[in-house]
Write a protein that binds this ligand. Structure first.
Ligand code: C5P
Length: 297
């Protein structure tokens, strides 16, 4: 028997970041939107836990037990007192270390796939608990759609989305480490008073209306200065997308993927072509959001 689960990437339309907490994490007001770029996780019974990966970024994916998909299988197996003997194959389309929750997608996908394969029938709340243990963004990868994440991003409140948003994503030549970007955020803010992160009501209203102009006017990412500080060339990619007519241009999460909101599908195609021609990124993709969360297929 084999189970395959498809899991979407995310873009953060708001990422408000508070000061570092005692545990090193940061409190967030994190508005996630799932978008239609997917990793596919397939699990098959095996003699021992094993991870394989295929896709353009496959050589950058760890195949040992640090992989979030392996950790998800281990966590579920431990909870149900069974052996984690499964072959996990990741068909990877989400960029690695890109700020689009690709690793989190693989964790959520492997968890749901193993639950189906093993018949453990964990409740939704149990699955969400395991996801939160695996990482701050993993619960959102399970639920998809749009949601506000508070705490370190793992406490989710679903949000309404009243339409389809058209995005272009520019993948960068190299990755950025999320902890390094948060450290740079701390360094840049060293002598400043960092306010408590608060969700933007105008942004939540723009999502609910499905209004791209209103959303473009309200998107923010507090990690963007830190990502640009570590990867200054991203400013050229952002400028190229703006010049091509994107309504908004921002770094996705901790980066270095850059995200461009456009008015419609035609405009997305134009912005994508211009970004490709600009030579400021490795590759360019279009995708719409919201997308469904992890789904057994
Ligand atoms: O939760 P996750 O393991 O995905 O987080 C990766 C790293 O990102 C953490 O080790 C931490 O350095 C940083 N982080 C943070 N505050 C958050 C989420 C992540 O500082 N709310």
């Amino acid at each position: 028997m084999t189970v395959t689960v498809r899991v979407p990437a995310k873009v953060n339309v708001q990422l408000a970041v508070g000061a570092a907490r005692a545990d090193g994490f940061h409190d967030l007001a994190n508005v996630f939107l799932a978008v239609g770029l997917y990793d596919e996780i397939t699990v098959t019974p095996a003699d021992t836990l094993r991870v394989t990966c295929a896709g353009p970024d496959a050589d950058k994916v760890p195949l040992d037990r640090t992989n979030l998909a392996a950790r998800a299988a281990l966590a579920l197996a431990e909870r149900y007192g069974r052996a984690p003997d499964v072959h996990i194959h990741i068909a990877k389309d989400i960029p690695v270390a890109g700020g689009m929750a690709g690793g989190s997608a693989d964790g959520a996908g492997a968890l749901l796939a193993c639950d189906a394969l093993w018949g453990t029938r964990a409740s939704r709340d149990e699955l969400l608990d395991i996801c939160a243990e695996l990482g701050s963004d993993v619960p959102f990868s399970l639920v998809g759609g749009a949601a506000l994440g508070t705490g370190r991003g793992e406490k989710l409140t679903a949000l309404d989305v009243g339409g389809t948003f058209h995005w272009v994503f520019a993948f960068a030549q190299r990755g950025l480490s999320t902890p390094a970007v948060f450290r740079e955020f701390d360094r840049l803010g060293e002598d400043t008073d960092i306010p408590e992160p608060v969700a933007s009501q105008p942004l939540i209203d723009a999502l609910a209306k499905g209004d791209p102009d209103a959303l473009a006017a309200t998107v923010t990412n507090d990690l963007q200065p830190a990502a640009l500080s570590l990867f200054p060339e991203l400013a050229d990619t952002l400028a190229a997308g703006r010049a091509a007519g994107a309504l908004a241009a921002l770094v996705s999460g901790s980066g270095p993927t850059t995200a461009f909101l456009t008015r419609d599908a035609d405009s997305a195609t134009q912005v994508a072509a211009a970004l490709h021609a600009s030579g400021t990124c490795r590759s360019v993709r279009t995708a719409t959001g919201p997308a469904q969360g992890a789904t057994v297929g």
